[in-house]
Design a binder for this molecule. Structure first.
Ligand SMILES: Cc1cc2nc3c(=O)[nH]c(=O)nc-3n(C[C@H](O)[C@H](O)[C@H](O)COP(=O)(O)OP(=O)(O)OC[C@H]3O[C@@H](n4cnc5c(N)ncnc54)[C@H](O)[C@@H]3O)c2cc1C
Length: 404
């Protein structure tokens, strides 16, 4: 058998894993169930822990073409608009050796897809991985491709099939993700369409009670990505179609969406209200999750490894879901660099050991950030005082950004 790898799922995790494996000398094949790789998604922030990897992969210049490079990340009060503290993310280059960037998910995905194809990764759309099986020597995918069932065999199988990972359900069997009680409403607005006082090249987090809003530039700074994250209930119909709503493009009626946003942001300051009013075409995303993996034995089993949201879905409150997918890909390739066909299971266990605790820590920190961002009553007052006094020291996360 050759040094082959099969990958289920062609999102950020699948593309990054394929690209990194190809660089490490593996022939990777990605199977993506979508017919084509569409321009879907919202904005993503990438910390220096992630951009350092993209630079090491030779993608720094491509990143510059599409990313924005904010100077500061401002924690603000939703009610007064006051900037409580600023993390000078521009200093990430001197402090952590790589920039803090913001960009559109589809730009990041496009960049990885192009790089993967350049590196010789085979990419198939309209290809649904129905099943994974394995023996001591090989792993097999049953793939439904253009209405035909095909079996593909390789030394390694990677499950990068996202939050609802069918392969996780098959091999780990720990049930479906559950609704976290948080909903993301997001919009994209051209900066030229905003009044001057609402345009921004920085990241702002407006913290309220049981809700917060994040805004930052994407598409090289030409657009502002605006996301309101609120605690709320789903209508019965939505609760029944959670999985179907996670397409990046789900919508409710304009009136319903505006009513929910209005409720989430009640008491918000004028500049935030103006910003929200300037946005339209809101898409929503009910945030679902699952507990962290219990150990390395879940992150990889034999010749199968999990990467990205399939392994560790997380609330977006530390802005690291795609980041951890890229770190997974980097570590996977590092372990596979000198691997032989025989010692693949050992190397995948090593990968799992390196990754599972870090991913679990990031998942837990994202939950904690949500509690801080959404604090009410005295906790909220304490948070604001703490931010005023401690400033950037409270917002910096050296164990996260300084990785490798
Ligand atoms: C509102 C919001 C804001 C976010 N902000 C940030 C941020 O600022 N920074 C950050 O780093 N992350 C952020 N994230 C998280 C980030 O978007 C995700 O972690 C990341 O996109 C996960 O990538 P993935 O490839 O693991 O999963 P996905 O993008 O879900 O890709 C999985 C792919 O697998 C395919 N697939 C599924 N089943 C099969 C099958 N059986 N056969 C073949 N293909 C299959 C799917 O079609 C899909 O293309 C945010 C998420 C949300 C919702």
């Amino acid at each position: 058998m050759n040094r082959n790898m099969l990958i289920a799922g062609g999102g950020i995790a699948g593309m990054a894993a394929g690209f990194a494996a190809a660089r490490a000398g593996w022939q990777a094949t990605v199977f993506e169930r979508a017919l084509k790789f569409s321009e879907v998604g919202a904005g993503v922030q990438l910390g220096p822990n992630v951009t350092r990897i993209l630079q090491a992969w030779g993608l720094g210049d491509a990143l510059k073409q599409v990313a924005a490079f904010p100077s500061g990340l401002h924690a603000r009060s939703m009610t007064t608009g006051e900037v409580l503290a600023t993390l000078p993310v521009k200093e990430a280059i001197t402090r952590y050796g790589a920039p803090y960037v913001t960009l559109h998910r589809s730009d990041l995905h496009g960049l990885l897809l192009q790089a993967a194809v350049r590196e010789g990764v085979r990419v198939h759309g309209d290809a649904v991985v129905q099943k994974v099986s394995q023996s001591a020597d090989e792993a097999t995918f049953d793939v439904m491709q253009q209405a035909q069932l095909q079996l593909h065999t390789a030394a390694i199988a990677v499950a990068a099939d996202g939050l609802w990972s069918p392969l996780r359900q098959q091999l780990i069997g720990d049930g479906l993700p559950i609704f976290t009680g948080h909903i993301a409403y997001r919009a994209l607005v051209a900066q030229v369409d905003l009044p001057a006082h609402l345009r921004s090249q920085d990241v702002s987090v407006w913290m309220g009670s049981q809700a917060h809003v994040v805004s930052y530039p994407v598409r090289g700074g030409d657009y502002l990505n605006v996301v309101c994250l609120a605690e709320g209930r789903l209508l019965d119909d939505d609760a029944n179609s959670l999985q179907a709503m996670q397409t990046w493009n789900a919508k409710k009626s304009e009136a319903q969406t505006l009513a929910e946003l209005h409720h989430a942001l009640r008491g918000g300051c004028a500049s935030l209200t103006d910003l929200m009013a300037a946005c339209s075409d809101w898409r929503l995303w009910p945030l679902c999750g699952r507990p962290a993996m219990q150990g390395a034995h879940e992150h990889a089993q034999g010749r199968v490894a999990w990467v990205g949201d399939a392994a560790h879905p997380m609330l977006p409150y530390l802005a690291q879901g795609a980041g951890m997918a890229i770190e997974d890909a980097y570590e996977l390739a590092a372990q596979l660099l000198g691997a032989t066909l025989a010692n693949v299971p050992e190397r995948l266990q090593q990968f799992a050991h390196v990754r599972w605790q870090r991913n679990a820590r990031v998942q837990a920190r994202a939950v904690r950030n949500g509690q801080i961002f959404h604090a009410t009553g005295p906790m909220r007052a304490g948070r604001d005082i703490g931010l005023r006094l401690m400033g950037a020291r409270l917002m910096d996360v050296p164990w996260l950004y300084g990785y490798r």
